[in-house]
Write a protein that binds this ligand. Structure first.
Ligand code: ADP
Ligand code: ZN
Ligand code: ZN
Length: 720
């Protein structure tokens, strides 16, 4: 008798597709190849039934069962189903997103032999082989004190893997299978009382239990993770560690590898190619990899022996995907911990207000770390430099300049944080006020003087620099405002002979450039570092005690109610770069709004009052997490079409008590990449109510004929 497989396919339809299984059996969770119209598609079997009574038409047959992927577990499929239901996204698309790219293909993946790690036992002997002037090679050699995979080596330097292979062939470098990787473990640090209490609580939790590890920067959260992980591994469990995109540093990976040399670790992030990703993912699925360290997407990794989940920097917006399947990896991780009945740790110096509220309501257990871990290290001093009615020198306050000079004289490094790349954010006509703007977006073009281009940072459009005003013909076009490039150009006259290093997305777009730049900071070659958001987190610089923050105010009067929360997190993180060792750091923030309550709370160096005030405000104004939001976004060639479509969508939602149905409005950034955008916000009293409302309305909404309008639904949006 034939049976029927219900297959999840990556097509924009919210349903499973029935296929007949003849002549063989197929397990739930298998990857299969099936015909779909004129095409063939790879999909995953979600269910197998004996009769196809529910299905119309004659089902086609499965073409092949791919045996490159062991059948996914019921837990994994159920996790995908939850995500599909909660974010109202087609199940086939969710399952597809959860799999590494190679398992979405219509062909069999053949797994290469397990990667080896490479390391050096006698560093001095190796260094003797390398020319004193070959700085890059010497850096790579030193890095090999910690075992590196070929992939990690390629991220260090474009040629690092080639050099290592040669050294290995010559016998200077040793290799080992990754899981048997040798070497002495970096020693566990003796914990302070708060750290010890945190580790104690974490290792005692055996069932589902969410923790909020609220520790100031430098309080040793990572050490808490490492010692907790060590105990969870000793019990034979796997640990999933999620980190934000931007923390994707070989340093962090290195710190983990150095602590657990005998343990197979699977990294899952965008720095890997498709094959490396698949190999690591399979190692996790088979239970061979004991630690999985990955970004957002790693939350879906099948882990048969999952014992704990850690989400580091849980407040980071990069945990929420902003396109397609708009899931929050942090929230999915909490669901997953509940599903697997394991503890989960959300760590941050500036927890999201959502997690803060959960801790206040005792749904999450709060684990505070209030001291810097290194003996004697204290939090840096923050000084506000009001810029109102003050003459700035090349954008810098005289006090900031003086502090920089003093720090450099002490032989220290200085970081200037300016979260705006390019030369200047606006090119303006001095006569008529015209400003260069993007023809596809409601946005100004940013002047990139080095590349002689005007660029849109929203859609990627670029054009040559205009030399005459298109409106009045005037030739006097002026760059207004300051970006990192402009700062880089103006600094040498104030600091002659000092090595200035700019680290932003433009200066590090090629592989290896970021790591090379970071190496220059660590080696002390760089005196003054100009950095954007990229440099805010995760990097630990020994000789950095003076940080100057420019243009901090942008988040203060934003339409986005989360902007202040983000600014607090960003400034805390940047400030945390200073004085991580014995010498106290100093942080100067230039601001035009030095009286704003925000800065008083930042100066108090205590996130709790800020978080409490913010939470009270949210409760009063009925903003999340006091209620639950969903945002319909629509785009169309004309704004009117988008608004009309949203009005139609709105009509499909039946009003009910405690449900706020706003009117459709134009998006804050009306035009982006050539389309006009509008949005419709609905606010429910709880996530439960929101889900019920959406569940009821969406079938009708999906049946609407909306012409040229494309619409998406964002549940729990983080950008509004
Ligand atoms: P966080 O992640 O909270 O910012 P880290 O874990 O990076 O902090 O720790 C900051 C610094 O303190 C690191 O250099 C780390 O080695 C050190 N450190 C952490 N715990 C201890 C400890 N118990 N004793 C001494 N140094 C510690
Ligand atoms: Zn003009
Ligand atoms: Zn644009």
């Amino acid at each position: 008798m034939a049976s029927f497989a219900l297959v999840a396919l990556d097509v924009p339809l919210k349903k499973l597709f029935a296929y007949e299984v003849v002549n063989f059996t197929v397990a739930v969770g298998s990857r299969v190849l099936v015909p779909f119209g004129p095409r063939r598609l790879s999909g995953v079997v979600m269910d197998v039934r004996d009769d196809a009574a529910d299905f119309t038409g004659t089902p086609k047959s499965i073409i092949t069962v791919f045996n490159d992927l062991p059948a996914l577990s019921a837990d994994t499929l159920q996790l995908c189903q939850f995500v599909a239901d909660y974010y109202h996204y087609p199940i086939g698309a969710v399952v597809s997103a959860a799999l590494p790219t190679v398992f979405r293909a219509n062909s069999l993946f053949s797994e290469p032999a397990a990667a080896s790690v490479y390391f050096v036992e006698a560093l001095d002997a190796l260094l003797n082989q390398i020319s004193k002037r070959a700085h890059a090679q010497r850096k790579v050699a030193e890095a090999l004190l910690v075992p590196h995979t070929p992939a990690a080596l390629r991220r260090l330097h474009d040629s690092a893997w080639r050099w290592t292979k040669a050294w290995h062939e010559a016998g200077w470098v040793q290799a080992a299978a990754e899981e048997k990787c040798v070497g002495a473990a970096s020693p566990e640090l003796p914990l302070n009382a708060e750290q010890a209490a945190a580790v104690d609580e974490l290792v005692q939790a055996k069932d589902f239990m969410p923790f909020l590890l609220y520790g100031i920067t430098g309080s040793g959260k990572t050490e808490v993770y490492l010692q907790t992980i060590s105990q969870v591994l000793a019990r034979g469990f796997q640990v999933l560690v999620l980190i934000p995109e931007i923390n994707l540093t070989p340093q962090l990976e290195g710190r983990f590898r150095a602590r657990f040399p005998g343990v197979r670790m699977a990294a899952l992030h965008s720095g890997l190619n498709n094959t490396e990703r698949a190999v690591n993912w399979l190692a996790a699925l088979r239970g061979e990899a004991q630690i999985v360290l990955g970004t957002r997407l790693a939350v879906f990794t099948p882990l048969p022996k999952l014992g704990m989940i850690i989400v580091d920097e849980e407040h980071d917006p990069s945990f929420k995907q902003q396109e397609g399947l708009r899931y929050s990896a942090r929230d999915v991780a909490v669901y997953r911990a509940r599903q697997a009945k394991v503890p989960i740790v959300l760590g941050s110096a500036t927890p999201s207000i959502e997690s803060w509220a959960n801790a206040k309501a005792k749904r999450y257990r709060l684990l505070p770390l209030t001291q810097r871990a290194v003996a004697g290290a204290v939090l840096p001093k923050i000084v506000l430099l009001p810029t109102k009615n003050v003459g700035l020198v090349d954008g810098l306050h005289v006090m900031a300049l003086a502090a920089m000079h003093a720090a450099l004289e002490r032989g220290e490094q200085v970081l200037i944080f300016l979260n705006r790349r390019g030369f200047s954010p606006v090119l303006q006509c001095g006569e008529c006020g015209w400003m260069a703007s993007c023809s596809h977006c409601s946005a100004r073009l940013v002047l990139h003087l080095k590349e002689r281009r005007l660029r849109c940072h929203h859609c990627g459009h670029e054009e040559a620099i205009t030399h005459a005003c298109p409106d009045c013909g005037n030739h006097d076009l002026k760059p207004v405002g300051q970006g990192t490039q402009r700062l880089e150009e103006s600094l040498p006259q104030h600091f002659p002979g000092k090595k200035i290093l700019r680290i932003d997305r433009d200066s590090t777009s090629k592989k290896g450039e970021l790591d090379a730049a970071l190496a220059q900071v660590h080696s002390g070659e760089a005196d003054i570092i100009i950095g954007t958001q990229m440099l805010a987190k995760g990097h630990d610089f020994d000789r950095l005690n003076c940080v100057v923050i420019l243009n901090a105010d942008t988040g203060l009067y934003s339409v986005d109610f989360r902007a202040e929360e983000r600014l607090f997190a960003l400034l805390t993180q940047v400030a945390g770069r200073a004085g991580r060792r014995e010498s106290p750091g100093e942080v100067f923030i230039q601001t035009a709004f030095s009286d704003h309550p925000f800065y008083h709370q930042l100066l108090a160096r205590d996130y709790a009052p800020f978080a409490n005030r913010t939470l009270e405000e949210r409760n009063m104004l009925l903003l999340p997490p006091a209620n639950a939001w969903a945002l319909f976004r629509a785009d169309a060639p004309e704004l009117e079409q988008a608004l009309a479509a949203l009005a139609n969508i709105r009509k499909c939602i039946s009003p009910e008590p405690d449900l706020v149905l706003n009117q459709p409005v134009a998006a804050t950034m009306l035009k982006k990449a050539g389309v006009e955008r509008a949005q419709l916000l609905i606010a429910a009293k709880s996530k439960v109510q929101l889900q019920a409302v959406l569940g009821e309305a969406l079938p009708t909404i999906q049946a609407l004929k909306l012409g040229k309008v494309r619409w998406t639904l964002d549940v729990d949006p983080v950008e509004v």
